[in-house]
Write a protein that binds this ligand. Structure first.
Ligand SMILES: [Zn+2]
Ligand SMILES: [Zn+2]
Ligand SMILES: [Zn+2]
Ligand SMILES: [Zn+2]
Ligand SMILES: [Zn+2]
Length: 329
């Protein structure tokens, strides 16, 4: 599950009509130069200025007619629009009033949300330079030009990442032998068919096959990991860490495990591994987990994180191995 983090901000700016010069009939001083008013002067919000002293805060030249006032400063409207105004990163238009700011520092008009195409992974709008090298998958996903540069399309490459992630998780105490795990890259539709009931944002799924004799001895084991093809490398690493933790949990043979504990723990593993990579994409994924409102993937993750802060990684491992009725966290 992924939820883009957006902040709605508001920008106030005022466009003033031209200021007609008035004849001095006052003895007050110019708000800019402090000299007594004489000749033409203008009045702006109760302040008086010599016509030549009322200048643009960008180019310092006098303002003869209409101007734009923004954050207490005055600008030629053209100076404001060319140099000061906040521009929408989607359409390039000037932002007035409400706008949205995303994780990547892009500001945009709220009306683009849900209308213009966004990358299925990083949620950037696919506009301008990001259109180059962007991909539209048959299953309807969009990959922006940045995510394309690290996207994983080969099962062999995903398997190498699996080996690396397994090593990282072993360092944290979660030991799983990755060699016997079969890795398959699949499209969105196939993933949803395989993992019945998977959420719309699911990135991976694990299928276990265990054959036993009548006395319960295991005679055959197969573990297949299905991962969305075309995920950017960092997203793939996080997803593998999540799914590998499911494998580890499965191997503990505790059948009746709490879903919040399981998904929260799997996301916590992803968090541990992603934190080490330190990339912006990793920070984006961690940010999405921190803000995910889902009871298991979001709140479960945050509860596990707090649990580890108090009880350490060892406490977390013991918690995951405990029978359900004892695993309170
Ligand atoms: Zn003056
Ligand atoms: Zn100017
Ligand atoms: Zn716009
Ligand atoms: Zn992207
Ligand atoms: Zn999961």
């Amino acid at each position: 599950m992924r939820w883009p983090v957006i902040a709605v901000l508001c920008l106030l700016l005022f466009l003033h009509p031209s200021v007609p010069p008035v004849q001095a009939q006052d003895t007050s001083a110019c708000a800019a130069c402090g000299e007594k008013l004489s000749g033409d002067f203008v009045e702006i919000e109760g302040q008086y200025y010599h016509s030549n002293c009322f200048t643009c805060d960008y180019c310092n030249k006098p303002i003869p007619d209409s101007f734009t006032r923004y954050e207490g400063k005055n600008y030629h409207t053209s100076c404001f629009e060319d140099h000061i105004a906040l521009r929408c990163d989607v359409c390039g238009g000037i932002i007035k009033g409400k706008y949205i700011s995303n994780f990547w520092g892009n500001a945009y008009h709220p009306e683009h949300e849900g209308v213009e195409v966004q990358c299925s992974f990083c949620r950037r709008f696919i506009v301008g330079k990001l259109v180059e090298k962007s991909i539209v998958f048959q299953d309807g996903r969009h990959l922006c030009g940045i995510c394309t540069s690290t996207a994983v399309f080969e099962s062999a490459e995903a398997k190498l990442l699996l080996m690396e992630v397994a090593e990282r998780l072993a360092d944290f105490g979660l030991k799983v032998d990755p060699r016997s795990i079969e890795v398959n890259l699949v499209g969105n539709d196939a993933l949803r068919r395989l993992a019945a009931g998977a959420s719309q944002d699911a990135r991976g799924f694990v299928d276990y096959e265990v054959a036993r004799t009548m006395s319960g001895d295991v005679t055959h084991r197969a573990t297949r990991m299905y991962l969305l093809y075309g995920m950017p490398r960092t997203e793939m690493i996080g997803t593998i860490a999540h799914e590998l933790t499911h494998v580890w949990l499965f191997l503990q043979e505790e059948k009746d495990r709490d879903n919040v504990l399981a998904e929260g723990s799997c996301n916590f593993s992803a968090y541990l591994v992603l934190q080490e990579t330190g990339t912006d994409q990793a920070k984006f994924i961690i940010d999405s987990m921190q803000n995910n409102p889902d009871a298991a993937y979001g709140e479960g993750f945050r509860r596990i994180k707090r649990y580890v802060e108090h009880n350490g990684l060892g406490g977390w491992l013991r918690l995951m191995k405990a029978p359900r009725q004892k695993a309170s966290f």
